[in-house]
Design a binder for this molecule. Structure first.
Ligand SMILES: Cc1cc2nc3c(=O)[nH]c(=O)nc-3n(C[C@H](O)[C@H](O)[C@H](O)COP(=O)(O)OP(=O)(O)OC[C@H]3O[C@@H](n4cnc5c(N)ncnc54)[C@H](O)[C@@H]3O)c2cc1C
Length: 422
């Protein structure tokens, strides 16, 4: 089996953009390993438009957006293997994978880029009472059935969870002739983008009930009705608020989880908040030469940000190889701490010597904040204070740090990101 400088696990938007950036940075020894039968990742089933506004200044469908990157991979002659499942990544960066042609094989790599995406939170993790009848799907499974397989999961639908996939599927099922009766959301705010609430629910008259959850599912062989109830601040159902909806389908859209079994078994340190790897300014994990990008790192709201981030991972993997695979930090390490409303940041540390002139730090807030400020402190000094009309957990926020600004603050140890009322 050949060896490669860079092995990329996953051929979705993140893996593709990382590969293109690595090739453009001058590396010719790149291999993408993808378990599916085609490149493009989950975007292949997202046939609605709205992708690429930032990257291409155009409104594309998911497959169109993915194809823009697939074409670059093909044009640049980057190697890839489809139907190939990565089974293990060793700490020395030997990748073990399997497919029908090669059987089980190992590739020693100088750098590995984790780009495995995310998966949906399953029903088992949700604690909903009732039998396990047919007619309950994750929203992503329903999306695949409708958009790729050509099957309609049902005709009368209740959706639990207002994540973006659930919102998109409310519209998709309606366009396919189903009646979507309600979207129930446990939290007092939606987990999805505002634009999706307007375009996918409001435009079709589909009610969104915040602070509601499913308390009963009826039907033994197949779903026949779903009961939802309002929840209090403790997230427990309030007796007497139950509403019953007859339906044949319940879609669950209750969050995405980064696909990190491989990362964990490789010894990558994980963030308990994002469930993705903890990375430095180069998007490098605690294992030198192992980088992460896209939804495996933290769940993104827009794929444009996935592509932009993944390019940095590809570029930095080449820098790592070109520097002779030097391990560890080369300069003073600055910690980035998220607190008081900011839930996490990516990255979590900065090595000043390796930092580019500009660094985008992305984060999410833990609640809805109106007319509040994103504040950044360098140690105890506030250096950035920007008012935002609204911030919500469903939308990613970002700040841009300038290397020269960090260098001016001698012995800077800690950067704090927080949300302030004034
Ligand atoms: C069901 C679902 C629907 C979504 N719908 C939308 C939407 O409508 N609009 C939107 O903006 N965003 C949507 N998203 C978010 C979207 O996933 C991201 O914007 C983007 O696709 C993330 O890119 P990625 O490359 O990180 O992940 P993915 O696109 O998920 O790609 C990861 C790739 O890694 C491969 N892989 C994983 N593990 C292995 C392994 N062990 N070996 C080999 N290959 C592996 C997977 O097969 C996949 O192709 C959706 C996400 C999900 C899960």
């Amino acid at each position: 089996m050949k060896t490669y400088d860079i092995v990329i696990v996953g051929g979705g938007p993140a893996g593709l953009a990382a590969a293109v950036a690595a090739k453009e940075a001058g590396n010719d020894s790149i291999l993408i390993l993808e378990r599916d039968h085609e490149l493009g990742g989950i975007l292949n089933q997202c046939i609605h438009n709205g992708f690429g506004l930032h990257t291409f200044k155009e409104e594309l469908t998911g497959p169109e957006y993915a194809y823009r990157f697939i074409k670059q991979v093909l044009d640049l002659g980057i190697e890839y293997k489809l139907n190939t499942m990565v089974m293990d990544i060793a700490a020395d960066k030997t990748v073990t994978a399997m497919n029908r042609e090669d059987g089980m094989f190992q590739i020693p790599a100088k750098a590995v880029i984790l780009a495995m995406g995310c998966r949906e939170r399953p029903r088992g993790a949700l604690n909903i009472p009732g039998y396990r009848p047919a007619g309950i799907f994750s929203a992503g499974t329903a999306q695949r059935l409708v958009n790729i397989e050509g099957y309609m999961p049902g005709r009368e639908v209740v959706i639990l969870g207002s994540g973006d996939i659930g919102l998109i599927m409310a519209r998709r099922m309606t366009l396919e002739g189903a009646k979507v009766k309600v979207v129930a959301e446990l939290m007092p705010y939606s987990g999805g983008l505002k634009r999706n609430i307007v375009q996918c629910l409001d435009d079709y008259g589909i009610p969104l009930k915040l602070s509601h959850t499913v308390v009963d599912i009826e039907g033994k062989e197949h779903v026949t009705a779903v009961t939802i109830a309002e929840v209090g601040p403790d997230r427990k159902p309030i007796p007497g608020t139950e509403e019953r909806y007859t339906c044949d389908t319940l879609l669950l859209s209750c969050g995405l989880i980064p696909e990190n079994e491989l990362s964990r078994s490789a010894g990558v340190k994980m963030s308990p908040v994002t469930s993705g790897p903890i990375v430095n300014e180069s998007l490098e994990t605690n294992i030198p030469g192992v980088f992460a990008c896209g939804n495996v790192l933290h769940v993104h709201d827009l794929v444009d940000y996935v592509s932009e981030e993944a390019k940095r991972a590809g570029h930095n993997a080449v820098k790592y190889i070109n520097s002779g695979c030097k391990e560890g930090a080369s300069g003073p390490s600055i910690e980035i701490v998220a607190t008081e409303g900011a839930r996490y940041t990516v990255p979590s540390t900065i090595d000043l010597n390796r930092m580019d002139d500009l660094l985008t730090v992305r984060f999410r807030v833990g609640d809805v904040y109106k007319n509040s400020f994103v504040s950044v402190y360098f140690d105890d000094e506030r250096v950035f204070h920007n008012q935002k009309r609204i911030m919500a957990p469903g939308e990613m926020e970002q700040i841009i740090l300038r290397k020269s600004q960090l260098e001016e603050h001698k012995d800077l140890k800690k950067i704090t990101v927080k949300i302030e009322k004034e």
